[in-house]
Write a protein that binds this ligand. Structure first.
Ligand code: C2E
Ligand code: CA
Ligand code: CA
Length: 562
């Protein structure tokens, strides 16, 4: 009778406990013998013989690693090479973490930590593996992530759901652990190092799961980890434990992790939804250098619903012309009196229900799902029409800069699209500037550099937006196709109150002069800031000091002052 039929016939499933130490065998046997029909073996060779005699009747092998005669690793190898035995699941019994990883890689399904101090967890693990194996034969390669040995996402969800079923009353947390700017870690220190980081995090999570809490973990989308585990009030311990381990890879390397926690999950939500909530919390601190752990709460929930609503409404907004482009002037300040030089096009959404929504609220949403391109194309066209209109009606040429998102740059039709827009409106590339945020350059992609270089060759002026917000290194600057550095607002903010800020700005000015970049400061709000920036040699200034972004028809007031 094979293992499945045994069970349907009401006969206990057969399992074998392989351990050279008598006490260990008996302890484990004691825990599981109520539910299982237990056989025993004292080393690999002994076990192999017994396994061969029962073969298809056997539901599970519980296997110690360090044993005389034939050790656990060897037995796993033999079983995995044997057509008849390879489908019998194996759980490794170990007190050493290093053994776990190796045995999982060899094809064990799971591991149980010695000493056996949590019988209910042991029973749950065993039950899960046995049932899974009966449902279908697990293909080990797809179940685990080859780099870290953690589960893949699908299996992870399945096991997490099972854990819920076994322990319906446990308070559980869904946790997302994300490596900050992982692509930067890769490009600064190499992919090999990037992999080491991921493995280190996975190993630490694994040991936390076997020592301090119960649960499962998986790797998700390259640089994230999902953790479904028993509730913890404060995740700082977990974070610092992982950070400490990462430190051992070299304390000169800057690697940082972020945690998003959805505490005490609602069981009626699907597993994916629970992790969406944790992810939401995690994303909220994406560019926040002072906070590394975020907890999901009601406000986040409301924000998420609002975000969904905006995503839903964007098509109507375009059709109903609720999107409007505002213009903010940029002044040349090095002459005797400030002179209007150009403008930046900034989108506004006049929502029929919520009123004016600032782009800070919706642009990030659309960057995540690609809708940003629709918005950008709209703004590019509007801006070109506007330049034309000002030329025709007022005889003035005001070059306008538009924002170009990261996603636009990787669109192969970008250049033709821009050139078509100019042609349709009878404009020259020199009358149209492109702002590309500094963080896009940090992708360090040769494709990006090629695309931008080619645009520049066509005559477009390129501004590096948000310069100094934290991504570029000075030596990168020498290789980048850029005409104008647009100093980040944060950087300008303290120029009049903090001497170091001012020194830094002067330094940027010196470098810019040396490399022949024009410099523009944005977010200039008052006379003190204005005077200092002018004194430091800044060429152009944009900010509330001159004007907020205004609708096109109000913008003409700046012509007169000229
Ligand atoms: P940004 O490109 O860095 O634009 C500058 C932002 O600073 C604008 O906010 C502008 O209104 C604001 N600002 C200008 N002067 C001052 C000042 O003196 N003080 C302060 N506190 N703020 C000032 P806005 O219009 O809310 O845009 C926010 C961000 O949204 C922009 O940052 C840009 O990243 C994005 N954005 C706006 N329009 C578009 C667009 O058409 N396409 C894309 N891809 N992004 C856009
Ligand atoms: Ca900009
Ligand atoms: Ca900016």
């Amino acid at each position: 009778m094979d293992r499945k039929s045994r069970y349907s016939a009401g006969i206990k499933r057969k399992v074998i406990v392989v351990d050279d130490e008598y006490v260990n065998r008996q302890m484990l046997g004691f825990i599981i013998s109520q539910k299982y029909d237990v056989m025993y073996a004292e080393n690999g060779r002994d076990a192999l013989e017994k396994i061969k005699t029962v073969k298809t009747e056997l539901s599970l092998v519980l296997l110690d690693i360090m044993m005389p005669e034939m050790d656990g690793f060897e037995l796993i190898k033999i079983m995995k090479d044997d057509e008849e035995l390879r489908h019998i699941p194996i759980i490794v019994l170990t007190s050493e973490e290093s053994a776990e990883v190796k045995s999982l890689k060899l094809g064990a399904s799971d591991f149980i930590m010695k000493p056996y101090n949590r019988p209910e967890v042991i029973l749950a693990r065993i039950g899960r593996i046995v049932e899974l194996n009966e449902g279908r034969h697990i293909i080990q390669d797809t179940e685990r992530d080859t780099l870290t040995g953690l589960y893949n996402q699908n299996y992870f969800y399945e096991y997490a759901v099972q854990l819920d079923q076994y322990f319906p009353n446990w308070e559980m947390d869904a946790v997302v652990i994300d490596v900050d700017h992982f692509h930067l870690v890769n490009s600064l220190y190499g992919r090999q190092f990037g992999n080491e980081v991921l493995v280190k995090i996975a190993d630490t999570i694994r040991s936390i799961l076997s020592e301090t809490m119960d649960g499962y973990a998986c790797r998700y989308e390259a640089d994230k980890f999902y953790l479904y585990c028993t509730h913890l009030d404060d995740y700082e311990v977990i974070r610092s434990q992982i950070m400490e381990e990462l430190f051992t890879l070299g304390d000169d390397k800057r690697v940082r992790i972020r945690l998003g926690v959805y505490s005490d999950v609602e069981r009626q939500l699907g597993m994916e939804e629970r992790f969406d909530r944790a992810k939401l919390a995690c994303n909220r601190i994406r560019n926040n250098y002072t906070q590394a752990i975020a907890y999901y709460d009601n406000k986040l929930h409301k924000d998420a619903i609002f975000a969904e609503r905006l995503i839903h409404d964007i098509h109507d907004a375009i059709v109903n012309k609720n999107l409007v482009v505002y213009y903010q002037p940029k002044y040349g300040v090095q002459g005797e009196k400030p002179v209007l030089k150009s403008a930046e096009a900034l989108i506004r959404w006049n929502h029929p229900e919520f009123g004016m929504i600032s782009p800070g609220k919706f642009i990030p949403l659309f960057e995540d799902n690609g809708l940003i391109q629709i918005l950008d194309h709209f703004v590019w066209e509007e801006a070109a029409k506007q330049i034309r209109k000002w030329k025709d009606e007022y005889g003035v040429t005001v070059p306008v800069s538009v924002n170009v998102s990261r996603m636009d740059i990787y669109d192969p039709r970008l250049e033709t699209r821009l050139l078509d827009i100019l042609k349709d409106n009878g404009l020259e590339p020199s009358e149209y500037m492109l702002e590309i945020t500094e963080s896009a350059y940090s992708d360090d992609s040769s494709q990006l550099i090629e695309v931008v270089q080619s645009l520049r060759d066509k005559g477009f002026k390129i501004e590096m937006d948000d310069f100094c917000s934290g991504y570029s290194s000075l030596n990168m600057l020498t290789m980048l196709p850029v005409d104008v550095l647009k100093m980040d607002m944060q950087f300008v903010r303290n120029v009049h109150t903090d001497e170091n800020s001012f020194k830094l700005i002067k330094l940027v000015m010196e470098i810019a002069e040396f490399m022949n970049f024009t410099v523009i400061a944005e977010g200039v709000e008052n006379k003190e800031q204005y005077d200092l920036l002018k004194q430091a040699g800044c060429d152009l200034i944009q900010g509330y000091y001159f004007s907020k972004p205004v609708p096109a028809d109000e913008f003409v007031q700046f012509f007169d002052k000229d």
